[in-house]
Design a protein around this ligand. Sequence first.
Ligand SMILES: [Mg+2]
Length: 363
Amino acid sequence: MRITEATLFHIAIPCTPFETSFGTIRIRPALIVCLKTDSGYVGYGESSLLYEPLSEREVVTDGVRMLSQKLSELIGTEVTDSDDILNTLEKDFPITTFAIEAAYTDLLAKQEKISLATYFGANRKTVLAGESIGLQGGIEGMLTEMKRYVDDGITRIKIKIKPGSDRELLEAARAAHPTIELGADANAAYAPSDLPLLQSLQEFNLTFIEQPFAAEDLESHRVLNEATPVCLDESVVDEASCKRSIELRACSMINIKPARIGSFRASKRIHDMCVEAGIGLFGGGRLETGVGKTMNVAFYALPGFTHASDITPPDQYLKRDIALPAFKIANGMYTLPDEVGSGISLDHETLEEFLVETISFTS
Ligand SMILES: [Mg+2]
């Protein structure tokens, strides 16, 4: 199977403002990679970069430049299922080059005529959906959103917190929903001196507090993890940081985002490491389009994902999604498609509407 055509679609879709302690996202850019082979298969991948750096240093301009170069080099090359592809990618730009590795993975599953989830080694048919609520609405907005999710069958809700917007939010959330699985995500907004406050939040019976401290501050996470289960997100960028976090007992859970790790292959090794160490897992989201989201959820069907994943349907935050079929959650669950590979195709009419540029290479 040889690559004969490579296309990069740079799109920008207006989205519902999503506020975290890092900043607010109003336009969701995406770089969609399509690789075609001489056997007629098409593989898709998404790079979920932003125009301005929030929590990461890669941005869209780097992504377009780097992907253009890499895609031109891929024309005429064989698709293999070894780690060779990873060695050709730029390790310092994981979110950018993840689009290529994902498209490769989609092609390999299609070549084997199996679904992406089966290719990853998953045998579940459904994936539990959790929801994440941003900081924009205050207590009232949060409770309204929460009620809507609970009515839709969602059983795990994660609330974004930051210094000054934490205790009251969690107290109100817990009072309104005494039995729901409740988590808090701080996106590294707290200092070690906030430990007593964070420890006290366990009175609201939190399933986890996600990444309260800076990515490199594993020691504060370790101390907090003794009082309340800590979930690491930004700290786990590769296999080495995962191993270090587990050895130091800095976490009880990890939020895996394959895009942040840079490949499904390395993410699978992190998954296996966590299973062996008894560390819980859930899958994260980066406000992807249906392309990235559908591929991620196939990965989140692996047995090590012990908790509901952040898999909000893209049409809930994007003006319109560009992937077909529409990504749907019913009764708090996503049902995996039976199609070979990712099962995704592009809605070209919608894609046209949000298109910024197209870059194509052929043999
Ligand atoms: Mg997070």
